[in-house]
Design a protein around this ligand. Structure first.
Ligand code: PMP
Length: 408
């Protein structure tokens, strides 16, 4: 059989607007260096380093034993959607009908479903930067135009009401909010959400996609709220997106879910019906246990992440030329390396950008992700979902690498 060379393949035009995640490319490079014998510490991936709790794994085994191995209803079994309804009722004080809830193959698919179901060519989607990289590609893939709004470190990387107001046009269909955020770990206060809500109330054609996937990973007693909790009257405009990947260390089980207006959920189900069909039946059973079973594992993980956050942020802030806000949630530190730009490596190369800095750290056996991947240059992201020992070694390497840089 003839093998098709990649340059012979006529790719769809829509693929020209999107690419494979840069984070994945950096991680793959670091993995290859490790395979070649280098002691790489990879702080790129957004994945908890814990295993899925045993009670959740056991629920999956039981589902297999019961023969729950066939297709389920498109948005998930009634038991699964009931567990999601229970979650929203008990954790967020929000009441949804089962018809206002759907499950999908990860939160990423929920976001894809929402964009594919609602965007026409040229529709605008407001995305505060720094953002999770996939937002941009998904919006483009669905024909939309991502309108990136740069947030300021002084505002805790949160969108201000004035910025929101300024960017709304007749073509705006969505505003994305992600709190706590990947990559900055910043989170909106109730007061800040209330101010954004006041503007959205005056702009009923603008929907909000509230990506709450890091909701449970928050520190120092802070309890993140979503915009619907703060402004329940916006119910017709808000799609809540969540999943089990981060809080329950279930990235490989591929379960995300959404709650929102029934018409929106119905349209998203149409997309899902012709792409992946129902989410995995066994993962649905595991999710029921995750959402309704004991929650101690979440608390244990958050405690561990909180100590690692302090280790990473304190170490970074002690390095000349780097500074980092203390994240309120998620498991990322987003640090500025702007003061290092222009400095010279011992080999005489100038660090001209955050990508150069990333490459320089890579040569010191630490993989991080440059801020430009998240739409904000001059920064780098560290995922502290790694062992304290590895984080300590990585911090020492970064410290030593920076100390070797000469002032311009
Ligand atoms: N939203 C954000 C902000 C994320 O960081 C991620 C995972 N990196 C997702 C959504 C997707 O999560 P999943 O598809 O695993 O549910």
């Amino acid at each position: 059989m003839a093998v098709m060379l990649s340059e012979e393949l006529k790719k769809a035009d829509r693929l020209s607007h999107i690419g494979v995640s840069e984070i994945l490319t950096i991680t793959q490079r670091a993995v290859a260096m490790r395979a070649a014998g280098r002691p790489m510490i990879i702080l790129g991936a957004g994945e908890p380093d814990f295993d899925t709790p045993d009670n959740i794994k056991e629920a999956a085994c039981q589902a297999i034993a019961r023969g729950e191995t066939g297709y389920t209803a498109l948005g998930g079994t009634p038991r699964f959607r009931e567990a999601i309804r229970h979650k929203y009722q008990h954790e967020n004080g929000l009441t949804f009908d089962l018809a206002e809830i759907m499950g999908a193959t990860g939160a990423k698919q929920v976001i894809y479903n929402a964009m594919a179901a609602t965007l026409d060519e040229g529709d605008e989607v407001l995305v505060p930067a720094p953002y999770w990289t996939s937002y941009i590609d998904i919006i483009r893939f669905c024909g939309g135009v991502p309108v990136c709004i740069p947030t300021q470190e002084e505002n805790g990387f949160c969108l201000t009401p004035a910025q929101l107001e300024r960017h709304i046009t007749p073509r705006t269909r969505w505003l994305f909010l992600n709190s706590p955020s990947n990559p900055t770990g910043s989170a909106y206060t109730e007061a800040a959400l209330g101010e954004l809500a006041a503007i959205l109330r005056r702009n009923p054609a603008v929907n909000v996609l509230s990506d709450d996937i890091y909701e449970h990973i928050a520190y120092d007693g802070f309890v993140p709220r979503n915009i619907l909790q703060v402004a329940p009257d916006l119910r017709g405009q808000v799609l809540l997106v969540n999943g089990v990947s981060k809080a329950y260390a279930m990235t490989g089980w591929r379960i995300g879910f959404a709650a929102g207006p029934r018409a929106m959920i119905d349209a998203m189900l149409v997309v899902q019906s012709q792409t992946t069909s129902c989410p995995c039946s066994i993962s649905q059973a595991a999710t029921v246990e995750a959402l309704t079973g004991p929650q101690d594992s979440v608390r244990t993980c958050v405690q561990a992440f909180s100590q690692r956050r302090d280790l990473v942020v304190d170490s970074l802030n002690a390095i000349d030329g780097i500074h980092c806000l203390r994240p309120k949630g998620a498991f990322y530190a987003f640090a500025s390396c702007r003061d290092l730009i222009g400095r010279r490596t011992p080999h005489g190369q100038v660090i001209a950008s955050d990508s150069d800095f990333m490459a320089y750290l890579m040569a010191h056996d630490v993989a991080v992700v440059p801020g430009s991947c998240f739409g904000t240059e001059g920064y780098f992201r560290i995922s502290y979902a790694a062992s304290a020992e590895n984080l300590q070694t990585a911090m020492a390497r970064i410290q030593s690498a920076c100390a070797q840089l000469a002032q311009p």
